[in-house]
Ligand binder design. Structure first.
Ligand code: PEP
Length: 258
């Protein structure tokens, strides 16, 4: 099987102005340096609000940090009369590596459909960004035991029309909606079940080699204390972290789960 480098990505959501962002990132970098973190072994990324990205870029470049960064959303359009939108090429220009697509909060509060998520994912890839495409079921679906089918449907629709080599490059995040920001973390077995099913689906619909290479993260109330158990699962390649990514010691602890 392919050696998939684990990725720990911190989704800051709508928190931290650019001064606070610089402060948190500097502390995170010092903390990881103190612990002699090997960034080639476990990749670390932060996903700040758009208004912080320029400051994050300056700090990362100026301090030669190995922490990567990206955005939380991207437009389906290239440029033009789309007031308030941010294009994928604007993000590449700011040195972004990653961009979230299809986060459940975008699907829920901004009516993002699978088709929109698919278009955003394609635009991000075209511009040279690595999308972190999120899927996950709500509580009702989980209770009715429809979680695997639901997530596979989102995977099929989200990846529709993408080139196999693009799918190989991207990152998928399984984030059960009932576990996001609720303190209710899925069990390691819950995470493994859905993530293994996603990998299996990609093996069937694309290829075994792509399935073996694509990184699939778990997200939903991950804390330092729960990261190790989740990461011990064979198909889990990292964590997408919301709340705990705003606390330096917690997030550094998650990055150092080993
Ligand atoms: C998220 O928003 O991607 C997330 C996983 O949030 P939290 O860790 O706060 O549940």
């Amino acid at each position: 099987t392919a050696a998939r480098t684990p990725l720990m990505a911190g989704n800051w959501k709508m928190n931290l102005n650019h001064v606070e962002a610089v402060h948190l990132l500097q502390k995170l970098s010092w903390t990881l340096q103190d612990k002699k973190h090997d960034f080639d072994r476990v990749e670390v990324a932060v996903l700040p609000p758009f208004t912080d990205i320029r400051s994050v870029q300056t700090l990362v470049d100026g301090d030669r940090m190995k922490i990567k960064y990206g955005a939380q959303d991207v437009s389906t359009k290239d440029s033009g009369a789309y007031t308030g939108e941010i294009s994928a090429s604007m993000l590449t220009k700011l040195g972004c590596t990653y961009v979230l697509t299809g986060h459940s909060e975008r699907r829920q509060y901004h009516n993002e459909t699978d088709e929109i998520v698919n278009a955003k994912t394609a635009k991000a890839l075209e511009a040279g960004l690595t999308p972190i495409m999120c899927v996950g079921e709500g509580l009702e679906i989980r209770k009715a035991d429809g979680h695997v089918a639901h997530c596979l449907g989102q995977i099929d629709a989200g990846l529709a029309g993408l080139k196999p080599d693009d799918v190989r490059k991207l990152v998928i995040a399984y984030e059960p909606v009932w576990a996001i920001g609720t303190g209710e973390v899925a069990t390691p077995e819950d995470a493994q079940e859905v993530i293994a099913a996603i990998r299996g689906r990609i093996e069937e619909t694309i290829s075994p080699s792509v399935a073996d290479s694509v990184r699939i993260l778990y997200g939903g109330s991950v804390k330092m204390a729960s990261a190790g158990g989740i990461m011990a699962q064979p198909d889990v390649d990292g964590c997408l972290v919301g709340g705990a990514s705003l606390q330096v010691e917690e997030f550094a602890g998650i990055c150092r789960y080993l």
